[in-house]
Ligand binder design. Structure first.
Ligand SMILES: *[C@@H]1O[C@H](CO)[C@@H](O)[C@H](O)[C@H]1NC(C)=O
Ligand SMILES: *[C@@H]1O[C@H](CO)[C@@H](O)[C@H](O)[C@H]1NC(C)=O
Ligand SMILES: *[C@@H]1O[C@H](CO)[C@@H](O)[C@H](O)[C@H]1NC(C)=O
Length: 307
């Protein structure tokens, strides 16, 4: 009798696992690949003294150009993603988000058009909280307007961070925002930071709900510019693979953060053999994850992809 019950349970579990819903917005059938500004350029807003390295429309135009000329686009790196620090510190009097006027003088729609004109896709950053991690306005209280604005700007990818927000509210909040994004009618990849903030807060993330609402999600720490950091991320995924791996599949991916390719200026060059073996590109298969590059100049794809 007990045995029958056990078998019944196993059958049910298998059934549930196979037929669990996942977010279906038609996007990211394979893990998204692109370039993201954070690891290398952080929140450098000093365009006066450091015009080549500050978060500005010029930086993203240059990177879009380089993705093409250096061969990355041909290898599948199609997203150009803006991270934190692109905003004015305050919304407009009517409550609209405004890109920093001096660093993005042409505005986000123009940057989006530029990136699309290259055949690439445009990603943007916001935060499910009162502020972004660097202290710019978050989306709370403005979810509908902000999603509409992103759709008007022809954004292809929204990364929603989780600073200045309550982790226990994230399951509800991120799910609601997914629905709001969906209702704009513009397909946008939805990148969630919800599990990592819950894990930090001691809450066990509901991965069933996460994969119903997110195209990808961060489980663990930001990658930093050191091999120790890269290794700690690999270790986290290795040690928690039973929990993490089953959630991944077409349209819904784990996100171990960016790959750092020969970030020579910052010192990640040395264990390149290890990186090649563990992170690129076999790591993609191993982690079933996205691949985001962040290097000063994305000029090493031939090296990386010659494996
Ligand atoms: C966000 O701001 C609201 C309104 O001031 C406040 O009630 C809430 O506690 C804030 N949230 C966080 C996470 O600090
Ligand atoms: C909205 O959700 C429906 C149902 O999952 C899906 O078929 C559709 O592609 C989504 N639309 C957008 C714009 O994401
Ligand atoms: C996790 O989310 C799923 C889908 O939304 C829901 O059916 C389930 O009850 C949730 N589990 C827990 C433990 O909250």
């Amino acid at each position: 009798m007990n045995q029958c019950i056990s078998i019944f349970y196993i059958t049910v579990i298998v059934f549930v696992t196979e037929y669990t819903n996942a977010l279906e917005n038609g996007l990211v059938r394979t893990p998204p690949m692109g370039w993201l500004s954070w690891e290398r350029f952080r929140c450098n807003t000093d365009c006066k003294n450091d015009p080549d390295n500050c978060i500005s429309e010029r930086l993203f135009q240059v990177m879009a150009d380089l993705l093409i000329t250096e061969g990355y686009a041909a290898a599948g790196y199609e997203y150009v993603n803006v991270d934190d620090c692109w905003l004015e510190k305050h919304r407009s009097p009517s409550g609209q988000l405004i890109a920093d006027r001096s660093r993005f003088p042409s505005g986000m729609r123009a940057l989006s058009d530029y990136i699309h004109s290259k055949g690439l896709k445009f990603g943007i950053y916001e935060d499910y909280g009162n502020y972004t991690c660097a202290g710019y306005p978050g989306i709370i209280g403005h979810q509908y307007e902000d999603a509409r604005l992103f759709a008007d700007w022809k954004v292809d990818y929204v990364k929603l961070d989780g600073c200045y927000a309550f982790p226990h509210e994230m399951e509800k909040g991120y799910s609601e925002f997914q629905d709001i994004l969906n209702k704009t009618g513009r397909p946008m990849v939805f990148s969630c930071s919800w599990p990592v903030y819950q894990i930090y807060a001691g809450i066990r993330p509901n991965y069933t709900s996460i994969k119903e609402n997110c195209n990808l999600w961060r489980n663990y720490d930001d990658v930093q510019d050191s091999w120790v950091s890269v290794e700690s991320i690999i270790d986290y995924y290795g040690n928690n693979q039973d929990l993490i791996a089953p959630n991944s599949g077409p349209g819904h991916w784990n996100d171990p953060d960016m790959d750092l390719y020969e970030n020579v200026d910052y010192g990640i060059l040395y264990p390149s053999t290890k990186i090649k073996v563990k992170v690129n590109p076999s790591g993609v298969v191993m982690l079933k994850a996205e691949v985001y590059v962040d290097a000063k100049y994305p000029n090493s794809y031939k090296y990386v992809f010659s494996l």
